[in-house]
Ligand binder design. Sequence first.
Ligand SMILES: [Zn+2]
Length: 415
Amino acid sequence: MDSILIINIKQLVGIQENINLRYLKGKEMSVLNIIENAFLYVENELIADFGKMEDINLEYYNSSKIEDAQGKLVLPTWCDSHTHLVFAGYRQNEFVDKIKGLTYEQIAANGGGILNSAQLLQKTTEDDLYQSASRRLVEIMKLGTGAVEIKSGYGLDTVSEIKMLRVIKRLKENFNIPIKATFLGAHAVPQNFKNRREDYITEIVEKMLPQIAAENLADYCDVFCDRGFFTIDETDKILSAAAKLGLQAKIHANELDFSGGIQVGVKNNALSVDHLECTGKEEIEVLLKSQTMPTLLPSTAFFLGIDFPPARLMIDSGLPISLASDYNPGSSPSGNMNFILSLACIKLKILPEEAFNAATINAAYAMGMEKESGSITKGKQASIIITEKIENYTYLPYAFGNHYIDKVMIRGEFV
Ligand SMILES: [Zn+2]
């Protein structure tokens, strides 16, 4: 498709004039720029023009295909900056264990959780992993996700971590959706290193990271820095080794405890610190002085039945926040960003405008893609959602459990 003109758009939502805008913070997050009764012109995968219908010069666009969006909204696709969508199997049994009252940590202590996923992944072929991940990728694209980050972390040995990253590389090559890859060798300490965890850190630092960097298999490096997983010192060691190889940090922090994860992330210039259920004044102060994006994953807190992160306090303190799905088999077996927006409004008590900005421009920043995606901006990728006929954008998070998406376009192509 070379060019397409979308006309009669009821509301064109999420406009940013400035392509150099990095993210929105504090009060800025409650502003959502809109044009009522608008057009949008797409050329060569990019947003080439937009404006009011009354200002349109139809002759100028006369060679384009026309899409009539009468009664419909157009918004930028969701950016999902935190997923684990390459995995080998679902974990429904643990779902039942959780219903019966076992905690996430008890399940992990019993050899379940991440270690369960790792065992299964080590036995699964690269092709099978690629096939199942492809299905999940298509599923989220249809649900309006137009850029995504995917982590390794279910391999937990050099061969299997590389296998996961190669699967992500194949997804990058074969799908139109922009993808960022994150190496998460420090997702959990594997069973065979249980009593010599420092040897596993050494394996990550001396074997995995150099090979991954040499083969250019990852954009970022992640560590699960929390109670029962990796300590601050271990995290610091891994992140500084990764930085020397050109891999910026993007970490799991403060999900289970006030673990110091946010502080060690900021110290290491992390692009984002993710989860943050346990965030207080001290952590907010540290984040305010940084360029690190606090990323919240409300479906994980929802699924695990733990406290939600204090999003309202964070925004009111002047911070930016972004939202992501954490799509993974253990704690968020869904990559539906539409539901994430509903949860953010209902459970995090943030406004629809704040949730939209958190799931678009700020989420794009959280994976280093704010120059290409996350808003309706001339020169950015034409990745948009065309909704069904609905009243206004507030209807989307309000009417939870459904998505009211008519069409999704990613880089100028309909999904
Ligand atoms: Zn995660």
